[in-house]
Structures are given as C-alpha cells and as structure tokens.
Write a protein that binds this ligand. Structure first.
Ligand code: AVJ
Ligand code: FE
Length: 446
C-alpha cells in the first residue's frame, strides 16, 4: 500500500501492480482449492456462491478501470446485471445464469491483462479517479474485500478442511494492564490525505472526547466464556430489548461455530473441530452479544471515535497517525493481517503494533464492533459511487473497526470503516470494551 501521497509514477505503477497481483493470488488460492460444485453451490443464504464473487471481482475491475478510466467499451454487457450487487440479493444469486467457473476465471484474467496494459500507459494523475492511482487502489481493495467475503464462505462451508496456514507466533510473556486510559481532548478523525481512503473515511474533522478507559486487548474466549457460564444468555437485563428479542428468536446460547462436548467447549474453524482456545480474542459474535457482554462486565462498547482516537492519536506530536504504531505500512511484526494465519493471535500479541495509549491488536486479528451507527462524517461526499457507502448510512448498521486476520494491508488503516447488521455473526468480528473515566458507574475496571 502507499506510503505517501506523492510518489513518482513508476514507483506508483509498480506498487499498484504488486497490489493487484497479491489480490489475484489470494483469489486464486480461495477458488482453486475446491471442486467446481463447491464454487457454484450456495454454502449459506448469507453468502454468494464463490463463482459469483469471482466474476463480480472481474466485472467491477472492468467497469471502473477499463470503462470509466480507460474509456473501453463493455466486454460482455449482457452479464453486467448478474454481477450488480444491488440487482440481485445474495440469496437469489445461485439461481442466476452465472458464468461457470472456467469462464469466470477466464473473464477475470482477460480483464486483468487489459488493466495491466492500461496501467502501463496511465499518467496516474490529471483526473480525480486517476490521482495517486485511486481507482486502481480502490479495485485492489475491492478484490481483497471479496477475498475476505470468500473466506467467510469457506468458514460456513460444511466438509473437510481445504485451507491451511501456520498458527500465529507465540504471545510475549509480558503482563499487560487490563485497560488503558485515553485522556480527554480533541483529535483528528478521518482523513483528507490518505490516497486510497474510501469516501466514508473522509473528510478529516476534529472530535473532542472526554477521558475514557479502553481494554488493552480484545475480549478473549476465556472472558467471554465466563459470561456464557454466568448465565449471560439467560438474563434479559444484560441485553437491549432488540438484542434480547433476537437472542430468543434465534436461540443464541454461545458464539457461532461453538459447540459443547461434555464439559468442554469446541469450535469449528475452516473444517476442523478443536477446543476453544482460551487466550484468543472471541470471534463470531453479533453486536447484540458484544453489547450484552459489555453490560454484564459493567462496561460498554467504545464509540467509533474512541476506537479511532486510541488507534491513531499520538499525544507526543498531537497528530493522528495512519496506524497504531506510526505511519509505516503494516509489516508482519505489527499485526495479524492478510490471511497469513487462519485465526486471531492470542490476546497480548504484536507488542510492536502497540498504540501510544498502550492498547494492542487494534489493527488485525478481529474486526471490533463499536457502539456507533454507520453515519457520514460532516462534509461527506459520495465518491466515486453512492452504492459504496451512502446507501448504507443509517441506524440499521453498526460500525466495525480495525480489520481481522482476513483483511489485507491494502484494505486496512486507522481510518478504515466497516459496517454490518447487529445480528451478523459469520463475519470475523469480536470486540473490546470501554468505560467513561468520569462515570460514577462501571468503575470496577475489569
Ligand atoms: C465494506 C465489507 C461492507 O462487502 O458489502 C464489496 C465491501 N463493497 N463490494 C461489502 C464491498 C462492494 C462491503 N463492506
Ligand atoms: Fe463488490
């Protein structure tokens, strides 16, 4: 990903080509590992068939780069409606006359060949879509976002394991405080300068926050299990009314993919059943469950602004940075990103990714539910299409921050915003909790 907004065209071209290639390698890894029937099947009504994601990736790349940037004519105008996410909800997609796997691969490959020619000839400036290679960066992020979506489909798929990755590195032995203090004061939220930031991350604006305490690390399976075993799922007072109604109607008793075997809790992870690891951040909980846990713990979810201030604000310079560790792009020692591992790292990992406030693992491992609805920042303008963010703004979606182990570095930064319905659990989401520093209640401090 880009390290500066001013890069010479040759370096920028190379960075773009590297990101496009990384995305395509990952797409191939997620779609070449199963038979055709697994690509065309729908593994969950929440998800598209994998073969839909594959051709949709190519179709968006054709639309934005070949047609809108390059001025090319449509390659196959008749397939466009099939891959428009707004024409057909996910549940309908398996019944569409989708391109079969080999044709979908060939289409995406043909688009890519022409895109690389276009990139070679492009000045990468002189038009808003081209400046700093924005449209190319947007398309690399788009493919990586669908790669995470496809990884979720793999997690929902029944059957033997087909994916493998080494476990995350061992956790350092240092003892961390349960929570860290972020003092009161203003900070800059959002960005005007991050070259490949998407529209909902803009513009930069000042936000004043009172002091608050934030969990040093995400809530672990062991901590969450204490809530489960304390009867958290049977006690309406921990839940919002909507959360309790959903819990009852959906029959929730534990995180998605957990099961009980005698006295032991197990989980299914990409086709393997294993004991729930106590030190790992909890994964596959809905916003309603995260919110109920926080109330049970005498705490609350952080707001989106609290999350971003903890991740970006550097009191030494008074500036908001790109990442918790500074402005350098994520490296392997900073964060668990990019599907290098197929699970979050134990809580307390990645000391080199620590934020100035002392919090760890804000980036990578698990998406973190926040208390906030998905709303535009003051001065928001849709760019380059209102179906990326604007059509989703409103109280029905909650914001997630930080990115999971399945998020690529190119699609991850301190300003990045994700959103989903509060009932969703198939996403790679966990959470951490907070409390107001001046509040009389909720002071037990975990
Ligand atoms: C930002 C993850 C909510 O998957 O719906 C992919 C990303 N937008 N194609 C989604 C996205 C268009 C989006 N999320
Ligand atoms: Fe998409």
């Amino acid at each position: 990903m880009l390290n500066a907004d001013r890069t010479d065209p040759a370096t920028l071209r190379e960075a773009i080509a590297t990101e496009l290639l990384a995305a395509r390698d990952r797409t191939a890894g997620l779609t070449d590992c199963v038979e055709d029937h697994d690509l065309t099947a729908q593994h969950s009504p929440l998800m598209s068939p994998l073969v839909w994601d594959l051709a949709h990736i190519g179709n968006q790349e054709e639309l934005w780069l070949l047609r809108n940037v390059g001025g090319h004519d449509p390659m196959h105008p008749e397939i466009d409606p099939l891959y428009d996410a707004f024409e057909h909800p996910r549940a309908e997609r398996p019944s569409l006359p989708l391109l079969p796997p080999d044709e979908a691969r060939r289409y995406a490959h043909e688009v890519r060949g022409r895109v690389l020619d276009l990139l070679e000839a492009s000045p990468l400036e002189g038009a808003p879509l081209l400046d700093a290679g924005f449209a190319f960066g947007m398309i690399a992020q788009h493919e990586q976002q669908h790669d995470e979506t496809m990884l979720i489909t793999h997690q929902l798929r029944q059957g033997a394991a087909v994916l493998a990755a080494p476990p995350p590195p061992a956790v350092p032995a240092d003892r961390l405080p349960a929570e860290v203090l972020v003092p009161a004061g203003p900070f800059t939220m959002g960005t005007d300068t991050e070259p490949w930031a998407l529209d909902n991350e803009r513009p930069a604006h000042r936000v004043e926050l009172p002091a608050y305490w934030l969990d040093t690390v995400p809530v672990t399976n062991a901590a969450y299990l204490a809530f489960v075993e304390d009867g958290g799922y049977r006690e309406p007072r921990w839940w919002t009314p909507a959360g309790w109604e959903h819990r009852a109607q959906a029959g929730l008793t534990a995180p998605l993919f957990w099961s009980r075997d005698g006295g032991q809790w197990l989980r299914r992870r990409f086709g393997t059943v294993e004991p729930v690891p106590p030190d790992e951040p909890v994964l596959h909980v809905s916003w309603y469950e995260a919110d109920a846990y926080a109330r049970w713990a005498g705490r609350r979810l952080p707001t989106e602004a609290e999350w971003e201030k903890a991740a970006r604000f550097d009191p030494a310079s008074g500036r908001s940075r790109r990442y918790p560790w500074g402005d350098e792009p994520p490296a392997a020692e900073h964060a668990n990103l990019g599907q290098r591992h197929l699970q979050p790292a134990p809580a307390g990992s990645y000391p080199e990714g620590t934020a100035p406030c002392g919090a760890r693992q804000l980036i990578g491992d698990v998406w973190e539910w926040t208390a906030s609805d998905f709303l535009p920042y003051p001065g928001f303008a849709p760019w380059p299409y209102k179906e990326y963010s604007e059509v989703f703004f409103g109280p029905e979606y909650k914001v997630l921050r930080g990115g999971s182990f399945a998020v690529a570095p190119v699609a991850c930064r301190g300003t990045f915003r994700n959103w989903d319905y509060p009932v969703r659990r198939q996403i790679f989401a966990g959470f951490r909790t907070a409390r107001s520093a001046d509040a009389a209640s909720g002071t037990e401090g975990a």
